[in-house]
Design a binder for this molecule. Sequence first.
Ligand code: ASP
Length: 451
Amino acid sequence: MSSEKSTEKGHGNLTIYIFGAIVIAFILALAAPLIAMKLEIGGELFLRILKMLVVPLVVTSVMSGILGLGDVRKLGKPGGTAVAYYLVTTVLAVVVGLMVVNITRPGVGFDTGEFHAHSIQKSPKERMLEALSKITGMTEEEVGGVFTDLPSGEAEKPNLMAIVKNLALMLVSENLFTSAAEMDLLPLIVFSILFAAILTTMQKQAGVLIDVIHQANEALMAVILVVMKIAPIGIFCLVAARFGEAQAEGKFIEELAQIGKFFGTVLVGLFIHLLVTLPAILWFMTKRNPYKFLLQMGQALLTAFSTASSTATLPVTMKCATERAGISKRSVEFVTPLGATINMDGTALYEATAAIFIAQVAMIDLSLGQQGIVAVTATLAAIGAAGIPEAGLFTMIIVLNAVNLPVEYIGLILSVDWLLDRFRTAVNVFGDSVGAAIVETTLPPEEEVQA
Ligand code: ASP
């Protein structure tokens, strides 16, 4: 009991250290941006260590989660609950975003200055190439080489079937090793579920393999514990370097002021989802104290803010969810990896809000039906977005195309996307952990599994 208390206290201290590290990093970035930028290497090292753990962790934890159910046929209810939870919360996030942006109307009267005059002289394809090249940092020729089938005429008609088809194809891959190398987690998760499902039917014959999977998973969780000891330093470097860069460029505050109303609108939406919608669902479904839960997940949320990647944050999310929030490993092991890949409430909210903002700027009136299409495509686009920095910016093209909005207007929000990305990633991660707590309530009792 006393050791439990001291672990709890240790975790609490770590959250405070990480928070302190972020505050000091901000101050350093403001005061001495050039020095802060030099810390980039420290941040990159920490990020790579986290990412290095992701593939083995996802494979062993999803397998170990399924094996923990004893029999894959028991996956029906928790699996169904997880998918229903992902969908319902993502749609709710989109609805919150749409409501807020329709109330604040940040794009009405927005001064596009040179941007508009410059962009309307170009063809849709040229404008899209330009926007993509700004986002990726690649030249327009390089972008053209990668995205070979960019439409050359006006934006294509919405094609929901094609989007759904692409999402279905994302579930599997031709080569698992390529997926692992590219950190393409969905096929790895699907394979792990299948493989572990078969193992549960083999029991004694596969006894050694099952033990190996459980032990590898335990060992990886222990590695995460060690890695978390350097988290405050890693996070300090990550935040200092990125904010230092923004400060050194000198234009950031100016750009933020220009697009401040949009920025504030997205933040209000994200905070409503983080502090009202998700807590209400958590309380209703589990009777847990949602704000205590939020604090327990603090390290994961701060790591998400610092890395802007729910995938890179996954090791921390799993650690906090099991050790701090006390959610059963069986639930965390299969809900959070899948959640980090397909459950992105913050991203969906952002994409819907940004699409309406762009429509307002371009003075295009969207009917209720069109806003409905925005809601559906933003949900699908968020499911398809990878858990990596600024992935939402790419999948937003799907949303804009669906209602014929000018894709090149993405250029207007580029300057603040990296910062909003951090907030939406934190919301994405919180959504995953709430999902794990809810799915836990649907799992068969542990004794039944052992019997
Ligand atoms: N960075 C986000 C994540 O990793 C995805 C996005 O919205 O760009 O969850």
